[in-house]
Design a protein around this ligand. Structure first.
Ligand SMILES: *Cc1c(COP(=O)(O)O)cnc(C)c1O
Length: 355
């Protein structure tokens, strides 16, 4: 059995894989595959509607917000947010907490003006900056809620009069959030929602239509909302499997239940990292992520052997990103606590053999 700690695309529930494969063969007893039906067919429109209403229900999305499924991944949102929300003569404020935040900032700069209000680059993005000011006349404040590569997570968001835009690609649906605190949330599907191909966007309606920019149609939130996420052919399979996965999450008890499990999983792994003399965490303790756990070995020469040892135990996808090194265990929703226990046991056993 494999324990998939991959950072993305990543583990989804086995049950969802089974339902998805059934849908490939015979979708809802239509005698057709989900891969061949028209996206305008009533059966698929029902899938899109259910996916959207599950997002609303699971995250308690208030009135006045729209939920859309787009393409282009989180990376397209880096530009799309700026096109829609950044008027000429205004600046967007960015919190630089890693590679994704930097990319979002760079894309916004291609379109308009933007500034970095704080950065944790000085310590290789191992912490979340806390004391900074967001100018009250900023167009919006952009942040990355979970820094997938560095293993830091924003456990609080700054209180600001400026609207907050958050890239929640790697922690959406992992915990309860207050959507009303955000003007816009986006997430590439492939890390807690479903397969790569779809992007979830939750946007407050009344912030749209104010950038004064000429926006290409595909990048215009209002056009995508008006077309009910079908301005063009949507990523049918990704939306379908995302819907199945959100159904799975709802049946489990929703984000409140999964949040407890995710905290327990992270606690089990961090406890071992802190206890085991061979390993050490790389992120500042108060900013540690419950989704992306990054750690290295005191003796870097043992990293390759440990990686091999863990793989022999079935733990895959734990090699750290090249910019941090060491290991990264992603603990997304579908990863059971039993898998974390296998990794913890491997760390214990490896330590016993390497004293
Ligand atoms: C993976 C990731 C991205 C990139 O997502 P794509 O969908 O591949 O564009 C952006 N932001 C964060 C926080 C990520 O984890």
């Amino acid at each position: 059995m494999k324990h998939n700690f991959g950072a993305g695309p990543c583990i989804l529930p086995q049950e969802v894989f089974k339902q998805a494969s059934q849908g490939v063969l015979n979708f809802n007893d239509t005698g057709l595959s989900i891969l061949e039906i028209s996206h305008r067919a009533t059966e698929f429109v029902a899938v899109m509607d259910e996916a959207i209403s599950l997002v609303k229900e699971l995250l308690n999305v208030p009135e006045g917000y729209s939920v859309i499924f787009l393409q282009g991944g989180a990376s397209m949102q880096f530009a799309m947010t700026a096109f829609n929300l950044l008027p000429e003569g205004k600046k967007a404020a960015f919190l630089e907490t890693g590679v994704w935040a930097k990319k979002a900032f760079a894309e916004a700069k291609l379109i308009g003006d933007a500034e970095v209000v704080a950065s944790s680059k000085d310590k290789n993005y191992s912490y979340i900056p806390k004391d900074y000011t967001i100018a009250a006349d900023s167009a919006y404040f952009h942040c990355t809620s979970n820094n997938t590569i560095y293993g830091t997570q924003m456990h609080n968001f700054p209180k600001t009069s400026v609207g907050t835009v958050a890239d929640m690609s790697s922690d959406i649906f992992s915990k309860a959030i207050n959507v009303a605190d955000f003007d816009l949330i986006y997430a590439g599907a492939q890390k807690n929602v479903g397969p790569a191909g779809a992007t979830v966007v939750i946007v407050k309606n009344d912030i749209l239509g104010k950038s004064g920019r000429t926006i290409p149609s595909m990048l215009d939130y209002q056009k995508q909302i008006d077309a009910e996420s079908m301005y063009n052919t949507p990523p049918v399979f990704s939306v379908y499997v995302s819907m199945l996965n959100l159904r799975w999450l709802k049946a489990k008890g929703g984000v409140a239940t999964i949040e407890k499990e995710n905290i327990a999983k992270a606690k089990a792994l961090y406890t071992e990292i802190d206890r085991n003399p061979l390993f050490k965490g790389t992120a500042a303790v108060e900013d540690r992520s419950n989704m992306s756990v990054c750690f290295v070995m005191e003796n870097a020469e043992l990293e390759k052997p440990f990686l091999k040892f863990a793989e022999e135990k079935g733990c895959v996808g734990i090699k750290g990103h090249r910019s941090v090194g060491g290991f990264r265990a992603s603990l997304y929703n579908a990863l059971p606590i039993e898998s974390v226990q296998v990794l913890v046991d491997a760390m214990k056993e490896f330590a016993a053999k390497n004293v």
